[in-house]
Design a protein. Structure first.
Length: 493
């Protein structure tokens, strides 16, 4: 990690492309040293907007100035149309799948693609705790939030993630910012890495949530991958460790805090401990994506084990948090980014830079979801009710796994489906090929992503037999997922 002087993101990107390693000398958010530092965000200064804040007789703080771009008029044959080169963008793999499902006229159609919880009747689930909190919030105002978001929300969300006994939390060493759900948190993290990380690249697990690639590439980062699943629905622990060791020191790695999407495969506590020590040894920076806290074990305060291990081992990590899944607040876009830093002073600097980043992006976050989360987590009764809601959702998904596995064998499948119940969280990494997934969709109206990921929340008592029969029909004679040759990862090619 080194601080890098930056212009606004798009101007800096253009300079980088045009002049290679040439760095602009003006800054968006204060003066930044160019000396290398191994610690994340080690040497940037707090962003300020007025030199008048400095006490009399002292040097004024660096002020933020933004010069307008200058354009030179050129005589060109301007096209008559505004968007002459525009073409149809490819559909999003998941939302496009849902749109195709909605157009399908087959009465037996099943949507196993969307990553949203559904109840036994395949309906969106309004958590009783959320419903109660909303009733109590009726009549509250709709004023602007501050740039960083609701202080109450930031305090309770950090407490849920790190634990109220967390050392950096109690030492005021965690910089927090409310974001537009987990996706927004990841994008803010990507933008911060682009501004302050010299190498501007990130290692993602292979496989990972598809949107991770777009989020970080659109942030200007080069994408690299590390082995995670071995092609046989198993965690590729040894290959992952090799990649961690051979990666350049101070690299950035993204990890799933729990209930890995799409595989449903998590390291064991002992493996997490070993990974933490290895990352520390190699001086890598960690981003943890925590979108499913509570969906792995059914207990939110147990699903933060990996995060606590890394904090205990002294990592200054970045955590991206979402309440879409574990509170069912999909449309409220409520999440946060939390960054563990070395000191309270560095926390103030970090928050100032986060605010400077998001102010011209979306100004400030929405308040309704933050009020719901705060209401629940600040009330002992509502927190207890919410924990029961989370356990109910996790338990139903676990039962759906068992039911689908049972129905596959009843349909006559002789393949090994143990991985279906060994995995955890919302998704099952089935082992089906892209071609088999295409046949499921076109011939049987069973919709799932082409990597074979099944959203287990879409399986219920009404459709489980049909889904199992369809999977059995298209997988007859297939190579057992447990006996597939190991896929060759890019590192070993």
């Amino acid at each position: 990690w080194v601080p890098t002087t930056v212009l606004p993101v798009h101007s800096s990107a253009m300079l980088s492309r045009a002049f290679g390693s040439l760095r602009p000398t003006s800054t968006l958010c204060g003066s930044i040293s160019s000396s290398a530092s191994p610690a994340p965000f080690a040497s940037f200064t707090r962003a300020t907007s007025a030199a008048a804040e400095a006490p009399a007789g002292t040097d004024a703080p660096t002020t933020t100035t933004t010069k307008p771009r200058k354009y030179v008029k050129k005589k060109v044959n301007a096209p008559k149309k505004l968007w002459p080169r525009m073409r149809l963008a490819p559909p999003d793999p998941i939302f496009g799948l849902t749109e195709a499902f909605q157009r399908d006229k087959n009465p037996n159609k099943v949507n196993l693609g969307v990553g949203a919880y559904r109840d036994q009747d395949n309906q969106p689930f309004l958590l009783p705790s959320v419903e109660t909190a909303e009733k109590e919030l009726l009549g509250t105002n709709h004023e602007y939030s501050s740039i960083e978001g609701s202080p109450k929300f930031l305090a309770v969300s950090a407490g849920l993630l790190f634990g109220t006994d967390s050392v950096p939390l109690n030492e005021d060493r965690i910089a927090s910012l409310q974001t537009l759900s987990g996706t927004g948190a990841l994008r803010v993290a990507g933008e911060m890495l682009y501004r302050f990380n010299r190498d501007r690249e990130i290692f993602l697990p292979d496989p990972t949530w598809g949107n991770h690639h777009q989020i970080f590439s659109e942030s200007g980062l080069a994408i690299k991958t590390y082995p995670y699943e071995d092609g046989r629905a198993q965690f590729d622990f040894e290959a992952m460790k090799i990649q961690i060791e051979v990666a350049p020191r101070h690299s950035v790695f993204l990890l799933h805090a729990c209930a890995h999407n799409p595989t449903g495969i998590d390291p064991t506590p002992d493996q997490w401990k070993e990974l933490s020590a290895l990352f520390k040894k190699c001086k890598h920076t960690i981003i943890m994506d925590c979108a499913y806290q509570g969906f792995a074990s059914g207990l939110p305060h147990e699903d933060n084990h990996a995060l606590k291990q890394f904090v205990q081992d002294g990592h200054e990590l970045i955590v991206c948090q979402s309440f879409a899944k574990n509170m069912g607040l999909y449309g409220e876009r409520i999440g946060a980014i939390h960054i563990v830093v070395e000191s309270p002073k560095k926390r103030l600097e970090m928050v100032s830079q986060l605010k400077a980043l998001v102010r011209p992006m979306y100004s400030n976050p929405p308040i309704h979801g933050a009020k719901i989360v705060s209401k629940i987590l600040l009330s002992q009764n509502l927190t207890s009710m919410w924990e029961k809601d989370v356990l109910q959702m996790a338990t139903r998904i676990k039962k759906s796994r068992e039911a689908l596995k049972r129905e596959l064998y009843l349909a006559g499948s002789t393949l090994d489906w143990d991985h279906m119940t060994d995995q955890i969280g919302m998704f099952c990494y089935s082992g089906l090929t892209p071609e088999q997934c295409d046949v499921l969709r076109t011939a049987y109206s069973v919709y799932l992503t082409r990597n074979g990921r099944i959203s287990m929340a879409g399986v219920n008592g009404t459709n489980v037999k049909y889904v199992a029969e369809c999977i059995h029909k298209i997988s007859k004679g297939s190579v057992d997922v447990k006996k597939k040759p190991k896929k060759e990862h890019q590192y070993f090619k």
